[in-house]
Write a protein of this length. Structure first.
Length: 160
C-alpha cells in the first residue's frame, strides 16, 4: 500500500515550510541563494495548489457530496488569497527587495490555518474514503500534471 494522502501532503507542507524559512533567513544575507529557495517554494506551492484543486478537491466533493460547498469552497477562496500574497512577495523578489516581511506574514497567516484544515479535515476524509487503487490513481494523476501548470510567473526569477 502506498503512503496515505495525509502523510504525503503533510510532508510536502513541511518541505515547503522549510524552503520558505530558508528564503527568510537568507534574503538579507545572500540574496541569490534566497531567491533560489523562493523560486523552489513558489513552484512547489503552486504545484501543491494544482494537485488539490484539480485532484483532491473534486475527489472530496464526489465522496462527500459537498460539491462547491463546505470545506473545499473555503479552501479555494484561501488558495486565491495565498496566490495573491505569493505574488506580492514574488514582485519584491524580482526587484531584489528583501523588505517583504509584511507580505510574508500575510501569506503565513493564511497558509498556517489553511494547512491545518487540510491536515485535520480534508486529507483524513479522503484517506478514509479511498480504496488502494483509487489512492494509486490519485498519485498517478499528480505525477501527470505538466510542469507548465505550476512553474509559472518566474521568468524574471530564472533570468536574474
Amino acid at each position: 500500500m502506498e503512503e496515505s494522502i495525509k502523510t504525503y501532503f503533510e510532508k510536502d507542507h513541511n518541505r515547503l515550510d522549510e524552503l520558505f524559512r530558508n528564503f527568510q533567513e537568507l534574503k538579507r544575507v545572500d540574496y541569490p541563494k534566497a531567491k533560489e529557495f523562493f523560486k523552489e517554494f513558489k513552484f512547489g506551492l503552486q504545484r501543491h495548489i494544482v494537485w488539490e484543486e484539480e485532484i483532491l478537491f473534486p475527489l472530496f466533493e464526489q465522496k462527500t457530496g459537498m460539491a462547491y460547498s463546505g470545506p473545499t469552497r473555503v479552501m479555494r477562496i484561501e488558495h486565491e488569497q495565498i496566490r495573491k500574497h505569493l505574488e506580492a512577495i514574488h514582485e519584491k523578489v524580482q526587484k531584489q527587495d528583501p523588505d517583504s516581511d509584511e507580505e510574508e506574514q500575510m501569506l503565513l497567516s493564511v497558509l498556517s490555518l489553511h494547512n491545518q484544515k487540510e491536515e485535520y479535515i480534508l486529507y483524513p476524509v479522503i484517506d478514509k474514503s479511498l480504496s488502494d487503487p483509487e489512492r494509486e490513481a490519485v498519485f498517478a494523476a499528480m505525477k501527470n500534471i505538466a510542469e507548465e501548470r505550476y512553474k509559472i510567473c518566474c521568468r524574471n526569477l530564472s533570468n536574474g
